[in-house]
Design a binder for this molecule. Structure first.
Ligand code: CIZ
Ligand code: SF4
Length: 302
């Protein structure tokens, strides 16, 4: 039996659900019951009737799942698989910014630890940020930790004042115009989709700057376009090819690989199914405060 067959058999026998992020390796995507971005997966978690869920994604995503479903067992197969951006900011940094700008609303990207979320008013994802900021009355907004995503959001709200933090994603932040243009030369008809975590200097070369779910929507809404250049983590190219097998998707020239997303292998998933490794725990005093911001996001994007 192949490892894939073994996983599919065991998850059925043990009634364990596997959810996986769009950036997961192909084999993990293939065995998942649900695939999506962090917003869709957070929403999904609250709908799953099963008691045990394996979360294939980085640490903050598994923590978010546990915060939203504290009664369930959330298994994170590789606890050390964290997000480099989430590690760039500590709760003290948020408290310092709040002390400097007491009249500001604190919007924090979902790519943060639970302890950082506990300091925030509302959590946002790349797919939900615009909708959320549109709905809040506050004029001044502390947006953290991703400076690029923050700038992208701020560009949509010229009447609001934004305070940024100097965080970034090492996979997206170093994308250069020539990484796109070199591929565009080979495929001049292709439309360019880049993630909002990429730096502002590449945005003018893109047909759309968006989230991963926004990329799926863009392909759906442009049936006449057959080729796309994709400026985000490579896992997304596999996801797009699976969803749209008759279209072509090209990676940008610079390899965009998140080491931590790729740290979860089929072997880890199998072990997680067999040994129920590793249950996620978030201390309740932190979970309770972080839950408020996550639930606010779900409420404002309903
Ligand atoms: O929100 C997410 O899932 C991330 C990290 C990327 C995206 O845009 O989907
Ligand atoms: Fe974090 Fe970047 Fe990896 Fe996403 S791709 S999990 S933002 S390090």
């Amino acid at each position: 039996m192949s490892i894939k067959e073994e996983i599919l058999k065991l998850k059925k026998e043990k009634d364990i659900v596997i959810v996986a992020h769009n950036y997961q390796p192909p084999i993990v995507q293939d065995v998942a019951d649900f695939l999506g971005d962090s917003l869709a997966l957070a929403r999904q978690i609250t709908q799953i009737p099963q008691k045990k869920i394996i979360f294939a994604g980085v640490r903050f995503m598994a923590e978010t799942a546990k915060i939203l479903a504290p009664e369930k067992t959330i298994l994170h197969p590789v606890p050390s698989a964290g997000c480099g951006m989430a590690w760039m900011i500590e709760p003290e940094d948020v408290r310092r910014l709040k002390a400097q700008h007491p009249d500001a609303l604190v919007a924090c990207y979902i790519n943060t630890t639970a302890a950082v979320k506990a300091e925030c008013d509302v959590v946002v994802t790349s797919a939900s940020a615009l909708k959320i900021i549109e709905k809040v009355d506050t004029k001044k907004i502390i947006f953290l930790p991703d400076k690029n995503l923050g700038r992208w959001v701020a560009n949509h709200f010229p009447d609001k004042e934004f305070i940024f933090y100097d965080g970034f994603c090492y996979v997206h932040n170093y994308l250069k115009p020539e990484d796109i243009l070199d591929v565009k030369k080979e495929h001049p008809e292709a439309h360019v989709m880049v993630h909002a975590e990429t730096p502002p200097e590449v945005w003018e070369y893109a047909d759309i700057v968006t989230s991963t779910s926004g990329m799926i929507r863009y392909v759906e809404e442009h049936p006449e376009v057959k080729e796309f250049i994709v400026g985000t983590e490579v896992g997304m190219i596999y996801r797009l090819k699976t969803l749209f097998p008759d279209k072509d998707f090209y990676a940008v020239k610079r390899p965009m690989v998140c080491r931590n997303m790729k740290a979860i292998t089929a072997e880890d998933i199998l072990r997680s199914l067999k040994e129920e490794t590793y249950p996620v725990h978030v201390p309740e005093h932190i979970a309770q405060r972080a839950r408020a911001g996550i639930e606010k996001m779900l409420e404002l994007t309903r």
